[in-house]
Write a protein that binds this ligand. Sequence first.
Ligand SMILES: [Mn+2]
Length: 311
Amino acid sequence: MKHHVYYHMDADGHCSAGIIQEYLERKYGKDVNIEFQPINYRMEPYTRNIHRGDHVYMVDFTLQPAEKMHDFFKLLKSKDCEFDWFDHHATVFATLEKYPDLKQVTGTRTAEKRAACEIVWDYYDRDRPIPKLITLIADWDTWRKHDPKEWEKLVIPLQAYLRYLRSDPKHNRELWPTFIRANQDELVGTIEERGGMLATYHKQLDDSKMRGFSRRGTFAGYKAIIINSPQMNSTPFERMDAFAEADLAVAWVMNRQGQFSVSVYTAKPEIDAGALCQKLAQDGPYKSGGGHPGAAGFQTDWEHLSSLMQF
Ligand SMILES: [Mn+2]
């Protein structure tokens, strides 16, 4: 029997998959057969290796559009697979509403401000105290800045450190079991020191990129700061003076498939970036998009994207 773990390609998804890996290694031994399947909105899930009776997990992710999620569920059902599904993105509830039979899938779908790695931990490991590492990743993923000092000192440095270490369990099988079992106080010291240096350097690169390449204009009718760049989060935008007057911060890039991948952020509570991205995705050719009220994304083509931007 094989375990197939599908997980969102970010720190929360990597960590969620890592928690399942650590759990399975304890339960079945280190040689347990796990196939890691990182996934993102523009990708098709690779399902050809799924055989009768396998155990399938999907963490921090819901296939979009909803039909795709339902087809995946039906495929697993036809192969008598066990299926555990965990997500905390807004898209999950629209999907459940459209296909109520998905509610029978085991796992956790939450509307609370909790990260996938936390709900996955609670499901498999609720009797062990949650490692500090996981809470720091969850704080980042759900943008919980309850302690601004810790945010600068640990939360952001941990993101840099995880990227440096290549935290995708598909590429680094040792990382998550080691980190989850580590003395968390010592690990926090390492994150602060090594991650801190990486984060400072990263910040300097981001700021020079923003100075050199961002433009002010409108996006889908909203006042926006727009940049042509991959791998952005909202913090370089937030450090700009113009951010206070803007409704949206937008980063777009042409991906390897030739599609245009657009990230949209907002600090305005009256704007729902997740709903906006879902709508804009429907207006374009690929129908793929969604996310959180403050941070979301979608895929489209150049014709549609260029029509959304005015300078
Ligand atoms: Mn997440």
